[in-house]
Write a protein that binds this ligand. Structure first.
Ligand SMILES: C[S@@+](CC[C@H](N)C(=O)[O-])C[C@H]1O[C@@H](n2cnc3c(N)ncnc32)[C@H](O)[C@@H]1O
Length: 227
């Protein structure tokens, strides 16, 4: 569970959250507000979905403080971490140095809804990047375009059920998405969906309360074009 709870509690207390723009200044501000935001552990769905794949090149979009990139690099992947926040990227780079895998990691500062990812990768992974619907589709199209033929796309997020269940999350329903929302941008002629789930897992919040939370998990692979 790659998140903390004070974080969500704080977000729920921000006035006018519904109108808030989640841009570079917002994310830099969030990261600067605390020495560490996330748990430092790799995301469970990444571990579950990727452990069986042969390592190759990977990009982690919205990599945050780099726990997933460290895990991937430690398993032999050559990983590029992408984030809109330079503060996050500096922390991620430090974590890969501390883990002794900096030689397999590079960092890119860009807005993944606006800038194309450079090149294609065997694995394109994005966890908990929550955007408003139009921008979310822009992001997912760029993620798909960055997946090499034969490669894997993995998009994970908080499912809309979490809000209904009262899980402490920012109360902006449009930020949450299903696996079908992600799959909608994938051309079925070019893609096979391997996992499309709303997957529950236990989660304890910062006040010690136990929740069952739901992750959206979309894993798909891109066809190799016939020659
Ligand atoms: C909720 S955090 C998740 C971080 C990490 N993936 C994890 O699971 O711990 C979302 C991350 O996406 C980044 N992000 C948000 N919008 C982005 C964008 N348009 N382009 C690139 N990164 C973005 C944020 O800076 C933040 O680090």
């Amino acid at each position: 569970v790659n998140e903390t709870h004070a974080d969500h509690r704080d977000m729920r207390e921000i006035p006018d959250l519904a109108d808030m723009v989640f841009d570079e200044a917002f994310w830099d501000g969030r990261y600067r507000a605390a020495p560490t935001i996330w748990s430092g552990r790799p995301n469970q769905q990444l571990v579950d979905e990727v452990s069986g794949l042969a390592p190759g090149t990977a990009v982690d979009v919205g990599c945050g403080e780099g726990a997933d990139a460290v895990w991937l690099a430690s398993r032999g992947w050559t990983v590029t971490g992408v984030d809109i926040s330079r503060v996050a990227l500096e922390r991620a780079a430090e974590h890969t140095r501390a883990a002794g895998v900096a030689d397999r990691a590079t960092w890119l500062h860009l807005d993944a809804t606006a800038d194309p990812l450079p090149g294609t990768y065997d694995l394109v992974s994005a966890h908990f990047v929550h955007l408003r619907p139009g921008m979310r589709d822009d992001l997912n199209r760029r993620l798909a375009a960055a997946t090499a033929p034969g490669g894997t796309l993995l998009v994970v997020g908080h499912h809309p059920d979490d809000l209904a269940a009262g899980v402490p999350r920012p109360p902006i329903p449009e930020l949450f998405f299903t696996a079908d929302d992600v799959a909608a941008v994938l051309d079925p002629q070019e893609w096979t969906v391997d996992t499309s789930q709303a997957r529950t897992r236990p989660w304890t919040d910062g006040e010690g309360r136990e929740w069952t939370i739901t992750d959206t998990v979309l894993r798909a692979h891109r066809h190799v074009p016939a020659t």
